[in-house]
Ligand binder design. Structure first.
Ligand SMILES: Nc1ncnc2c1ncn2[C@@H]1O[C@H](COP(=O)(O)OP(=O)(O)OP(=O)(O)O)[C@@H](O)[C@H]1O
Ligand SMILES: [Mg+2]
Length: 668
């Protein structure tokens, strides 16, 4: 079954049993393929006769879950063709429909529907719609701030008033609303939001320099400074290298060497106070003004640019941002912040309580609720320690293995839910996780790639109950694509940027052989440099210009004199529009222009953009309409409604209206 030839590592992933396994591998190395094959091998292993519904398989999207289910289904059918009388296989074909190949949200919903009584929840709940929740949050926030203002005036709660002054200086409280919502969202990605919120406020209650040094963000700050100093040191050494090279500005050596000594001096610091003292002692030497005809001007400029990078834009910026006053003054500021931060945290907690109550009232749950209710059902606390609950112990008896694809995108709550079902290393069910920390793209969903890294660093390559297996070969892309990606990432991805060093271990290595051909296939990576040659081009919006240039390329590949060929299922064939994808750094604000431009060029294109409900043109128009009903003296919403399908006023007509004397009142 499966591929012509699994690699040795893939074989190990497919066949290793009775231990926790972390499969760490780059994109396209067959992680999902081996996960599916492992499921197939487990259920078709006659010695163990495991039923498919005894495996819990967690994916990150519904699409991935249904694709995995169908791949397993195809495999079972294939095996049944060879062994039509195999009762175990027949049973798997029946059980497949109920098999738990699912997203974490659906799994949580399932747990809640089966064990709602454990947490006294009304089982007739429904899953809330994102937009419904957004409206509810806005209403609750408004009510909460209004009541808090009223209460603070009545009780003269100066801390709250100071808090609003500091956090929302403008005319609206939008800063505070955004901050409360962001903290609320982060808090629900923690197993116990209240505890995490409390710990945030505690970080400001430090009474001594020692406590100050021990705070979480001080540790982050020191790490950031140390990483930056390493970069500056590397730049300074590079500059010195150039100074000492042929044609280099040798006269600059003294100043650069002094820079290096000073950076080394700062690097010796190990506390905020010692960093402060070190930064105060920084005194960059002047570059020698002595003229040397033998110096190559480019080298001189390069050294100057490097020095500006680590001096003016480096050390000086660090000093200005983090050491602009004495540590004692800094501590005093932190202390002064404590009552205000406390008010903020109180506000977040109240918002969370009101929001939860409102949802209960409406009989709705959101994804965070489902995860937290499932967590409450599956875990309990004994003497402050988190333990699997009776329900979890019951499910531990049921499951054979807990498998997670894209494990790098798990958050703390999901991690606790899945580990509560596992009994390793003593006995099954074991955890089987596949992922790639370099692909952790859901930080905005508060994914915690550090969970992956903890296991990556603690699981062993050698045999043990906690085993890590790395897959190295990429089977999805051509060598040219892998080389280009390697070139970019080996130059930018470091532990401090991306969480992992892009070393030889991380590099993408091709595993697939493509048939040779004389046809025109992509053999190199092109960089398109778009020059805005004419004034006319200068007026065209950059995005449209980029889209048009890319469109030209695409048209050449598909319809040009020397069309591109790609390897399809039955060998090489001419590329078609559907074979081409344009990767954008972010879709919103770009995809619309690209679609419009490409369509105008006769290139069929589509983008799966889910722009927000409130940014949909029809919703914006209705909201503007409601605004001018509420208060007609608002030009922007008024013009939007006039230009919209409601009034259909043309730009020329609008210009005529605008030309009318200001004294005229449009509302009459
Ligand atoms: N040993 C192999 N021989 C040939 N092709 C393979 C082999 N292993 C995997 N593939 C193919 O490589 C492609 C990528 O595999 P898969 O989707 O499982 O990778 P992945 O590691 O899950 O990628 P991602 O990180 O993007 O999720 C698939 O088309 C798969 O069929
Ligand atoms: Mg995958």
């Amino acid at each position: 079954m499966g591929y012509a030839k699994w690699t040795k590592e893939q074989e190990l992933v497919i066949n290793l049993r009775d231990r926790n396994i972390l499969v760490s591998a780059a994109a396209g190395s067959g992680k999902t393929a081996v996960l599916v094959e492992r499921i197939i091998q487990i259920i078709s292993d006659r010695s163990r006769r495991v039923d498919i519904d005894r495996l819990l398989v967690v994916t990150f999207t519904k699409a991935a879950a249904s694709e995995m289910r169908s791949r397993v289904g195809d495999a079972i059918e294939g095996m049944l063709l060879e062994n039509p009388d195999d009762e175990h296989l027949q049973r798997q074909a029946t059980l497949l429909h109920n098999a738990q190949i699912t997203t974490i949200d659906s799994f949580c919903q399932n747990i809640i529907r089966n064990y709602f009584h454990v947490i006294d929840l009304d089982p007739s709940f429904r899953v809330a719609d994102e937009n419904e929740l957004a409206i509810m949050k806005t209403d609750i926030m408004e009510e909460l701030l209004e009541s808090r203002y009223k209460e603070s005036r009545e009780t003269n709660n100066q801390d709250f008033l100071d808090f609003t002054e500091s956090f929302s200086p403008g005319r609206t409280d939008s800063n505070i609303e955004e901050l409360v919502l962001r903290l609320y969202n982060i808090s629900v990605s923690y197993p116990w939001p209240e505890e995490w919120l409390g710990s945030c406020a505690d970080m400001y209650s430090c009474n001594s320099m020692e406590e100050f040094e021990e705070t979480l963000w001080m540790k982050e700050l020191k790490k950031y400074i140390d990483d930056s100093l390493n970069d500056y040191l590397a730049s300074a050494n590079r500059a010195l290298e150039i100074c000492n090279s042929g044609g280099g500005p040798g006269n600059y050596c003294d100043a650069i060497e002094s820079d290096i000594n000073q950076i080394m001096m700062v690097k010796e610091a190990d506390s905020y106070v010692s960093y402060y003292n070190a930064f105060c002692m920084l005194n960059p030497a002047r570059l020698s003004a002595k003229r040397d005809p033998g110096v190559i001007p480019e080298k001189k400029e390069e050294v100057k640019a490097l020095r500006e990078g680590y001096q003016k834009n480096g050390l000086q910026v660090l000093k200005k941002n983090f050491f602009y006053q004495t540590p004692e003054e800094m501590l005093a500021d932190i202390k002064a912040m404590y009552p205000l931060v406390n008010e903020l945290i109180k506000l977040v907690k109240d918002f969370s309580d009101l929001f939860a109550a409102k949802k209960r009232e409406e009989g709705i749950l959101d994804f965070a609720d489902m995860e937290h209710f499932a967590l409450n059902i599956l875990t309990c606390k004994e003497d402050g320690e988190v333990k699997p609950s009776a329900v979890a112990c019951e499910l531990q008896e049921f499951y054979e293995e807990i498998m997670t694809d894209e494990y790098q995108d798990s958050n703390f709550v999901q991690e606790l839910i899945l580990t509560s079902l596992c009994r390793a290393p003593e006995q099954k069910p074991y955890l089987f996780m596949v992922g790639d920390v370099k692909q952790s793209i859901y930080q905005f969903r508060l994914a915690r790639p550090e969970l992956f890294m903890q296991k990556y660093n603690s699981y062993t390559i050698s045999d043990s109950p906690y085993r890590r297996i790395d897959l190295h070969k990429n089977f999805r892309s051509r060598e040219i694509v892998l080389e280009s990606s390697n070139f970019i990432f080996e130059n930018i991805m470091k532990e401090c940027l991306g969480g992992i060093n892009y070393d030889n271990d991380a590099k993408l290595v091709t595993g697939r052989n493509y048939e040779d051909t004389d046809l025109n296939i992509s053999k190199k990576t092109d960089i398109l440099v778009i020059e805005q040659k004419s004034e006319e081009a200068e007026n065209i919006e950059k995005r449209i210009l980029e889209a048009a240039s890319i469109g030209d390329c695409i048209r050449g590949m598909v319809q040009g004199d020397n069309p591109l060929y790609i390897s399809g299922k039955d060998g090489y064939r001419r590329a078609e529009y559907r074979d081409i994808v344009i990767l954008l750094r972010s879709v919103s604000g770009w995809s619309e222009e690209f679609i419009e431009t490409l369509t105008d060029m006769g290139i069929p294109a589509f983008s799966d953009t889910k722009t927000g409900y409130f940014s949909a043109i029809e919703v914006c128009t209705i909201l503007d309409f409601l605004r001018i009903i509420d208060n007609p003296r608002q030009d922007i919403p008024l013009v939007a409604v006039l230009r919209s399908i409601i009034c259909n006023i043309t730009d020329e007509e609008l210009a005529c209206i605008a030309a009318l004397p200001r004294t005229l009142n449009y509302m009459d």
